[in-house]
Unconditional design. Structure first.
Length: 606
């Protein structure tokens, strides 16, 4: 921004220099515009070096774009004819970038155009220091587009491997720690670092305070997620008390192309090559190992999908479910893989959110567990209605507590550790963990109090006395006897009432009683067939100035005759059957005798 306003080309380097206490202006840069924001006293200044006469414009980052040179205060695009690798090396070095990674001629109709051919040897300090040819061989409108590699680099130091440790960045040729204080770093940004190191997925990121006499680098987290070059995002940090970041990457396992950090196409790295895992033989135990290795919750789903990109990992994993990593599992040497069918895995979000301080798990202060520690969640922007509504909806949904009914914010005094959230992130994030900011809180913030719709536990329904045990929600009571239907709920809040809903094939009735120690007993004298039907308890309660209700399971009640009546009916039935058989036999015998006598009388004498 400064180099452009001064018409001095591109920024090449920045350096902080101690000067003692002097008055300085502070700048704020937003959306391609700058403004003076305040006058303050500082003990150091920033020294900036611009390229002056060379720049790359219209590229994806500071080290790419259309090459232009300034001559007589006029910027001109450089003709592509005769431009070679030595010329490109000089330009990239002059701009403080890495070596050339590509250049080509492209049609660009905007004038003016620099038509003189450069004749660099590759060692010159600047493009205009190179020899050049006076002949004009340029094709009109064809200018050079150049891409230099990113000169900056990242590394993780002090960990068990190159994929774990404290984050350090090389900028302007100097390795320094990174200060993440006030920079909105989260797990998504840590994932960018792991990806840049080819270390798989981000498993954890820990913020820790450090004290140093050396300067640290400061990186814009939003820039790191959108820019291709690290050089675009690094500035010098002026604070000697800073917060470094310890990152742990998965190293050899990652999920690609998913909706959040814990979902996607499974890939493993072997001999520095990433391969998609074949779906044949992949089972729940394999999935459990992967999800745990990535710091996610338990597997919520996996399936095989067609994906033609090579290479493919065809060896079948034989995990027991307890291994620390997928590549630690046994495996089969046989290849049974269907070509192109790879595994897509979704792990649940880790159990890291809760509401506390209330009689219900669906109401209270929002807390989050990170790195094994539960803390309240705070943010400066909870008072923005859209942010807190999105956050509350996400919390209630993840807890299985229905929808958000009430959302309140409270001033939070920093008398205990907290986790800081970027609340605006909730509008687009799939996982709440995606919105965690890896920063320490140094001022008062707002905490979030949430009440979800499923505040009440499900009530119970039972019948006393019942003729039989409940079988598939069907209950029998003796015909003519008294019976009771009992509605009850687990103690949460005092008061409330129970509504008993009766439904039969021909009618519906509602009965209401206040609760007494969380019970209500509905008495019915002399069970009759008209009591046959479905019964359901609904618990109603007004709390926090809102009306809540919760519905029990339903039971189907069947009035049946007493046992003695059944026995008498059975005896009568048997006697009737015996009588019928006796009468039938008697008449059958009599008919047989009469028939025989008739036949004898009708015989002719010989």
């Amino acid at each position: 921004m400064v180099c452009r306003e001064l018409d001095c080309g591109s920024p090449v380097s920045t350096r902080r220099r101690e000067t003692g206490s002097i008055d300085t202006w502070g700048f704020e840069f937003r959306s391609n515009a700058s403004s003076l924001i305040k006058y303050k006293t500082s003990s150091g200044i920033i020294e900036l070096t611009c390229s002056d006469s060379v720049r790359l414009v219209g590229g994806t980052h500071l080290c790419s774009g259309r090459l232009q040179v300034k001559w007589n205060q006029v910027w001109s695009s450089v003709c592509s004819d005769g431009f070679d690798l030595q010329d490109a090396e000089v330009v990239c070095r002059e701009l403080g970038c890495g070596s050339p990674s590509g250049f080509e001629g492209k049609l660009y109709g905007e004038a003016p155009e620099w038509n003189t051919e450069f004749l660099c040897g590759g060692h010159e300090s600047g493009l205009l220091h190179c020899d050049h040819s006076d002949r004009d061989t340029c094709s009109p409108g064809t200018t050079i587009t150049l891409t230099c590699s990113d000169p900056d680099d990242v590394r993780l130091v002090g960990g068990a491997s190159r994929c774990a440790g404290r984050l350090e960045v090389k900028h302007d040729g100097v390795w320094r720690a990174v200060n993440i204080l006030h920079s909105d770093w989260n797990m998504k940004v840590a994932a960018v670092i792991c990806g840049r190191l080819d270390c798989g997925a981000a498993v954890s990121a820990v913020n820790r305070p450090e004290y140093s006499q050396e300067d640290a680098w400061w990186i814009s987290s939003s820039c790191l997620q959108t820019k291709l070059a690290l050089k675009d995002c690094v500035t010098v940090n002026c604070e000697q008390i800073f917060h470094s970041l310890k990152v742990t990457c998965s190293d050899s396992v990652r999920l690609m192309g998913g909706t959040h950090l814990c979902s996607g196409r499974l890939q493993v790295k072997w001999n520095q090559v990433w391969s998609s895992v074949c779906s044949d033989g992949f089972d729940l135990q394999d999935a459990e190992v992967v999800c745990r290795e990535l710091g996610c919750g338990s597997p919520s789903g996996f399936k095989g999908e067609l994906y033609r990109e090579a290479p493919e990992w065809n060896t079948e994993f034989l995990c027991g479910g307890h291994e620390s990593g997928l590549l630690h599992c046994d495996h089969s040497d046989r290849d049974t893989c269907s070509p192109g069918t790879t595994i897509t895995l979704t792990c649940s979000a880790p159990d890291h959110v809760r509401l506390v301080g209330n009689s219900s798990t669906c109401a209270g202060e929002l807390q989050m567990k990170v790195q094994g520690e539960w803390r309240p969640v705070v943010d400066q922007d909870w008072d923005r209605n859209q942010n807190r509504t999105s956050a509350a909806a996400a919390v209630c949904s993840q807890l299985g507590c229905g929808s958000a009914v009430a959302i309140n914010v409270e001033d939070f005094e920093l008398d205990r550790p907290v986790w800081l959230i970027k609340s605006s992130c909730f509008q687009s994030a799939v996982s709440l963990l995606d919105c965690l900011v890896l920063d320490d809180v140094t001022e008062d913030f707002l905490s979030l109090q949430v009440i979800c719709s499923d505040l009440l536990v499900q009530p119970n329904i039972s019948v006393s006395p019942s003729h039989d045990e409940v079988q598939q929600q069907k209950v029998k009571v003796l015909m003519g006897s008294n019976f009771s239907i009992i509605c009850s709920t687990r103690p949460q809040y005092p008061g409330g009432s129970f509504q008993l809903v009766f439904t039969s094939s021909s009618t519906t009735f509602n009965y209401v009683l206040p609760t007494v120690t969380h019970w209500a007993v509905f008495l019915f004298p002399a069970a009759e067939d008209l009591h046959r039907g479905t019964y359901t308890c609904i618990y109603h309660l007004n709390v926090f100035s809102y009306n809540f209700s919760s519905t029990s399971q339903s039971i189907y009640l069947i009035p049946s005759a007493p046992l003695m009546d059944l026995i008498i009916r059975l005896i009568v039935h048997l006697l009737v059957m015996v009588l019928l058989v006796t009468v039938t036999c008697f008449y059958s015998g009599k008919l047989s005798v009469e028939t025989r006598s008739r036949n004898e009388r009708n015989k002719c004498p010989r």
